[in-house]
Design a protein around this ligand. Structure first.
Ligand SMILES: Cc1ncc(COP(=O)(O)O)c(C=O)c1O
Length: 396
């Protein structure tokens, strides 16, 4: 059958990471490629207990259809939750979403026409680029410094491209682990306001901070209704619950809600009720106290192994939180896409090639390493093997 797929999807390849997972099914491969939360941090017993109580007390109601905006108790507890980022939210400015990913999708669905441009920090979250393509938008990369997006380049590109949206992950970005400084957050806000550009602030990792001080969300400066803030319970409770929150002006929330009606009617009520109880019962902070040290221990293990085994000529980020370290080869000729299969075969380790994270997909001398999914012993073994491979590569 010769399928006539839509123009939107017919030339679109699968998300690079999802494709890599297929390659990694051989037993024994140490994967630094994923972005999963550490398995041991998932609160299985607590969720089991909460779920039983919800079904005992309120089963029939929770197994029924619900409103698209979300389960009202969760909307209320979410308004409370985002206060920790300096955000003042009210129910009319809040939408429960099926994970942060859906927040990006609904935003682009609401704003992007074919050919519309958005700005992203280079490199950025690859699924954002992927989602944008499904709406036939164009991503323009903005340069990045140690403390996040480069303000001079941002100012230039706001004028040059008249983008509709700037997409940013200000805390422990995926893929770099970088955090945007407070001064830059203010500058980004003022510049976008001046140029009528919406800011999509994506914050899935902010609570996974193991060093440095909390920085207020860009949304906390928003007096003009230009920031759409999304966060998610995937990394702090469980990704399988597929639950997150969007906070924006009531007009934007209404449009996102209309898009969500068409997408999935509402986020699963049972998941919403579980997250609501988790928050209301004051479980989140004790849980974070337990899990953040796990991430710190793994990040330290990877950072130390990098110091021991990696050659000169590769620069690594050193994040204050989140799940990722990003590496850039000083030599532009290194192509991490081309060597990927060989690396997996020879070292038994996998990373994500950097090109997937760049707006134009053409920067090949970088790669992303995830430290949350391996044990410290696997991290040491894997980085040692990768270090050996890269040492040889740079000598040739
Ligand atoms: C930057 C960023 N945004 C959004 C998401 C989506 O997460 P979820 O849909 O599970 O909330 C991820 C997941 O890895 C991410 O890294």
């Amino acid at each position: 059958m010769n399928y006539e797929f839509s123009d939107r999807l017919k030339n679109l390849q699968g998300n690079a990471i999802r494709e890599i997972f297929k390659l990694l099914s051989q037993p024994g491969v140490i994967s630094f490629a994923g972005g999963f939360p550490a398995k041991e941090t998932l609160p299985v017993a607590e969720i089991k207990d909460i779920t039983n109580r919800i079904l005992d007390e309120n089963g029939a109601e929770i197994l029924q259809y619900g409103g698209t905006e979300g389960y009202y108790p969760l909307i209320e507890s979410s308004c409370e939750y985002v206060k920790r980022d300096g955000i003042v939210a009210t129910p009319d400015k809040t939408l429960v979403i099926s994970g942060g990913q859906q927040g990006i999708d609904l935003t682009f669905k609401a704003f992007i026409n074919k050919g519309d441009r958005i700005l992203v920090e280079n490199p950025t979250y690859l699924a954002c680029l992927h989602i944008l393509k499904t709406y036939e938008g164009e991503a323009i990369g903005v340069d990045s410094d140690e403390d996040g997006i480069n303000i001079v380049d941002l100012a230039k590109k706001l004028v040059l491209y008249s983008p509709k949206i700037l997409y940013l992950v200000p805390n422990f970005s995926n893929p770099t682990g970088k955090t945007l400084s407070v001064e830059k957050r203010q500058a980004v806000y003022e510049l976008c306001k001046k140029h009528g550009c919406i800011i999509l602030e994506d914050n899935p990792y902010g609570e996974i901070r193991f060093s440095g001080n909390r920085v207020p969300a860009i949304k906390s400066f928003d007096r003009d209704g230009i920031v759409i803030y999304i966060t998610s319970f995937s990394k702090v409770i469980s990704p399988g619950l597929r639950t997150g929150i969007a906070v924006a002006s009531p007009e934007i929330i209404r449009k996102l809600t209309i898009g969500k009606q068409a997408a999935d009617v509402h986020t699963a009520s049972l998941s919403q009720a579980i997250v609501d109880r988790y928050l209301r019962e004051g479980r989140i902070d004790p849980h974070l106290k337990e899990i953040v040290p796990v991430y710190k221990m793994k990040k330290d293990a990877m950072h130390d192994a990098i110091g021991k085994y990696m050659p000169e000529g590769i620069r690594f980020t050193d994040p204050d939180g989140g799940l990722f370290i990003f590496a850039e080869f000083a030599r532009k000729g290194v192509n991490t896409d081309e060597i990927f299969k060989d690396v997996v075969e020879k070292t038994g380790c996998a990373y994500v090639p950097g090109s997937s994270f760049y707006a134009d997909g053409k920067t090949f001398n970088a790669l992303r390493l995830n430290y949350s999914n391996a044990t410290p012993a696997e991290i040491e073994k894997g980085i040692k093997a990768l270090g050996g491979y890269f040492t040889k590569l740079l000598e040739d």
